[in-house]
Design a binder for this molecule. Structure first.
Ligand SMILES: Cc1ncc(COP(=O)(O)O)c(C=O)c1O
Length: 472
């Protein structure tokens, strides 16, 4: 577990010759500090000096290549998270690093107050690759989602003639689209919303995968609904795959009620699910596509919103933007990242390797049906759902800690789901290493953990969403 030692004990464990800032701010000579370098010291240092907005698995990344990570002590791990699918191409891919280095030496930032000689090439490449007229570049995923929401509202007022300030966005229960205020206003995660109100008005919720429920909402509020925002596969919710035909129904309903179909493909897109976009599984074309994560090849943040002209040109100069959006460094990296996805046929690879991984995991499920409730996924976008009752008092987080001890890095989502989303370049042998580690944890570690862990019953087990009242 990540250390929670108080500051004094952290400092006493560090080298004595380090220099500490004496006041809140010092303007003297830069102190020659001996910085912490062991994993434990670094974790403690971060805990003392950084906000506690994450609860990481206690492993420190120091170097990485492909699917391998090394910590400061030189221990090697296999990455089964890929920075939430931001590293689809593998860590520090040589072609992407080359693009980064070459561009970094020429030009990094123009701002959009001027033109640069890289963004137009990126814009043309991405739009023709995905078949849209135009792109609006941003940096992080949440910013791109915000962009899509604003675009939908603007289109709603200008083209659909929704009365002023009455535009509605419909989104799905269990969705995850980022952390900004507008975005958490759609969230069903109480941790993400409690204490951050007031949330933004103008949002309605529907169950993910429920086309009948969606039509009911469209019927009732359709003339005020600007867009339906959804993940084609819900990632943070635990790799939830909608029923067959759902994406087609969404397409038909959005067309019927003149509502923008907005696919957040930030995690599911760019080859992760075994297709370039997860919407390709049902061959549907959303009106708006949101990309992020792997667009920057795991190197720098690059996100984008794609749409055709009738939608995109609703936004005019001065109405939206970002200082770093479309910067030449990001553009060069994004072009290289897309090149790698195309040249290495990562979508096909993901489909094939994902099937292999699921076969391995299904075998483990057959061995331990009491512990593994379900194995699901598309391509290398997979999850193992554990049976919390039979696992008790052990959680998915505890299992991930044991996986880490066996050299496999995975992250739980909710209390019972382990997401397995390795780089799309991971070899078959490496996938097998991951599956074997899971099997070993269930066979060798779990019985001991169940005996040793105190059997405390959590009093706040309720997952009832504050916003929609659903038990998620
Ligand atoms: C589907 C989806 N949308 C949006 C985001 C937010 O992206 P970012 O963390 O880059 O803001 C994420 C991040 O996990 C995501 O999975």
């Amino acid at each position: 577990m990540a250390s929670r030692r108080p500051l004094q004990s952290v400092l006493s464990s560090l080298s004595l010759n380090r220099v500490i800032w004496s006041g809140r701010r010092s303007f003297g000579a830069v102190p020659q500090a001996t910085l912490p370098s062991s994993s434990q010291e670094l974790i403690s240092f971060e805990y003392e000096h950084s906000a506690h907005n994450y609860h990481p698995i206690p492993v420190v990344f120091s170097q990485a290549r492909g699917s391998s990570i090394w910590d400061p002590e030189g221990n090697r791990y296999l990455d089964f998270l890929s920075a939430y699918s931001a590293v689809n191409q593998g860590h520090c891919h040589p072609k992407i690093m080359k693009a980064l280095q070459e561009q970094a030496e020429r030009l990094t930032l123009s701002s959009r107050a001027f033109y640069n000689d890289r963004f137009p090439l990126f814009a043309e490449y991405l739009t023709s690759m995905l078949g849209y007229d135009m792109v609006l570049p941003m940096n992080t995923g949440a910013e791109a989602v915000e962009t899509a929401l604003k675009l939908a509202r603007k289109w709603g007022y200008e083209k659909k003639k929704i009365p002023k300030n009455e535009a509605i966005i419909v989104s799905c229960c269990g969705c995850f689209h980022g952390r900004t205020l507008a975005v958490i206003s759609m969230s069903c995660d109480n941790d993400a919303t409690r204490g951050f109100g007031p949330l933004l008005p103008g949002h309605l919720k529907v169950d993910f995968g429920d086309a009948v429920g969606l039509e009911k909402i469209f019927e009732e509020y359709g003339d005020r609904i600007a867009g339906f925002l959804f993940e084609p596969i819900q990632g943070e919710a635990g790799v939830i795959i909608p029923p067959d035909g759902y994406l087609k129904s969404v397409r038909e309903l959005c067309s019927k009620y003149n509502i923008l179909m907005i696919a957040d493909e930030i995690q599911s897109g760019l080859a992760r699910s075994g297709k370039m976009l997860a919407c390709d599984w049902e061959e549907v074309r959303p009106d708006v596509v949101i990309l992020g994560k792997a667009l920057g090849g795991g190197v720098i943040p690059v996100s984008a919103v794609l749409a055709d002209k009738d939608v995109m040109l609703c936004i005019q100069p001065g109405e939206h933007g970002s200082t770093f959006g479309g910067n030449p460094l990001a553009s060069a990296v994004a072009v290289a990242s897309l090149d790698v996805i195309r040249d290495e046929r990562l979508a096909e690879r993901s489909a094939q390797m994902g099937q292999e991984l699921r076969n391995q995991l299904l075998q483990i499920q057959q061995q331990y049906p009491n512990y593994i409730k379900e194995v699901r996924g598309r391509g290398l976008f997979n999850a193992v759902e554990l049976n919390s009752k039979n696992l008790f008092p052990v959680s998915a987080y505890d299992i991930c800690l044991k996986l880490k001890e066996r050299g496999i890095l995975a992250k739980p989502t909710h209390d019972t789901i382990i997401r397995l989303t390795p780089p799309l370049s991971m070899s078959l042998e490496e996938l097998q290493e991951g599956s074997k580690a899971l099997s070993d944890v269930l066979e060798l570690d779990l019985p001991k953990m169940q005996m040793e862990k105190p059997k405390k019953i959590s009093l706040d087990a309720s997952n009832i969403c504050d916003r929609c009242g659903r038990d998620l």
